[in-house]
Design a protein around this ligand. Structure first.
Ligand SMILES: [Cu+2]
Length: 343
């Protein structure tokens, strides 16, 4: 009954609005016995409304940067991330400058050159100078941006990985496991058909390279050292996403994918930065409202491909530390061989 009455009220309100609009239409015809459908006054009000809405929208874009700008990701903590940030900043500045100039001109001109009694439009068939200007300038700017983008892409995606520390990240619904290559810095072969018992990654137990591999549930990275991360997936397509590192790579069943990067800031260093302290104060004040314990900042590797019901919680902690701390942690981890023999 309540639903029916609600519908009835909405319908009556709509009918009322239509009738009021009709009254205004008829009244304006009676007041203005003119053969012109639009008067100068109408044009002025419409142009003014357009100016207010247009400039209001443009101003809101600027205001939203000020209001929510602090919520965007902090600068990437990797070498290649700095190159991406420069490209992002230059592209963003170009787009925003163009946006604010063209939007302002669009709405100001719509007001300035609104329809007026006796006004005629300027009819211009061709202008070589203008044609050259708006072809040549965008062509040069876009070519420079694309060349810069290609260079950044190549530096990011095809770097020299000689001497990089090799780590495998294994995806499955709904968790991540990491495998370190051990002293030989080479991962043993693995295939899903070998999965069984403690061998959850399907590592080939007869491959001598796998003997010193270490399977762990937390990713540790030495700062300033190039990392070659290799990805595999057991079931569906996942995507390993490390937002603070500008790193993302799909993990595809039956395929090996990889991403090389060099972390440049330890977890301890970023926790001490003023910007991060303020961010975490914001996070913890929200947690406190829900009665949750405060947390410290940690880098994280997330799944960025909707891979199933618990996708939202598919993550693994990432710790960037000094080479000494990393060596000490790695030496404490059990090798694959001792893990299998203890079974
Ligand atoms: Cu996933």
């Amino acid at each position: 009954m309540t639903t029916f009455l609600s519908f009835l009220i909405v319908a009556l309100v709509l009918i009322g609005i239509v009738q009021i609009v009709r009254i205004f239409e008829i009244a304006s015809k009676l007041n203005k016995p003119s053969d012109k459908p639009v008067s100068d006054q109408d044009n002025k009000y419409n142009a003014l409304a357009l100016l207010i809405v247009g400039l209001g929208f443009t101003a809101f874009v600027g205001y939203s940067f000020k209001l929510w700008g602090h919520l965007i990701l902090p600068d990437a903590v990797t070498l290649h991330g700095q190159g991406i940030k420069t490209l992002w900043d230059i592209t963003g500045i170009l787009i925003l400058v163009t946006f604010f100039i063209t939007q302002t001109l669009l709405f100001v001109f719509a007001y300035k050159y609104r329809g007026r009694e006796g006004n005629t439009a300027l009819f211009q068939t061709h202008n070589n100078k203008l044609e050259l200007l708006w072809t040549f300038v965008p062509a040069v700017v876009l070519t420079a941006l694309i060349l810069f983008g290609l260079r950044t892409w190549n530096e990011t995606m095809v770097p020299d990985t000689e001497g990089a520390t090799v780590i495998e990240v294994y995806a499955q619904q709904f968790n991540w496991t990491a495998r370190y290559a051990g002293a030989d810095n080479q991962l043993g072969n693995a295939h899903y058909t070998s999965i069984g018992g403690v061998n959850t990654l399907g590592v080939d137990i007869n491959d001598t390279l796998s003997f010193d591999d270490k399977v762990v549930r937390e990713i540790h990275l030495p700062v300033g050292q190039q990392i070659l991360m290799r990805f595999r997936s057991q079931d569906v397509i996942h995507s390993a996403f490390m937002p603070h590192f500008n790193v993302q790579m799909n993990c595809v069943p039956g395929m090996n994918t990889q991403f090389a990067f060099t972390p440049i800031k330890t977890t301890k260093e970023i926790r001490e930065e003023q910007e991060m302290i303020e961010r975490m104060e914001l996070v913890n004040s929200e947690r406190a409202k829900k009665g949750e314990e405060p947390v410290e900042f940690d880098y994280v590797l997330l799944c960025n491909k909707i891979c199933g019901a618990a996708h939202y919680n598919m993550q693994i902690k990432v710790i960037v530390e000094t080479q000494e701390e990393y060596n000490a942690w790695l030496s404490e981890q059990q090798t694959f061989q001792s893990l299998v023999s203890a079974q």
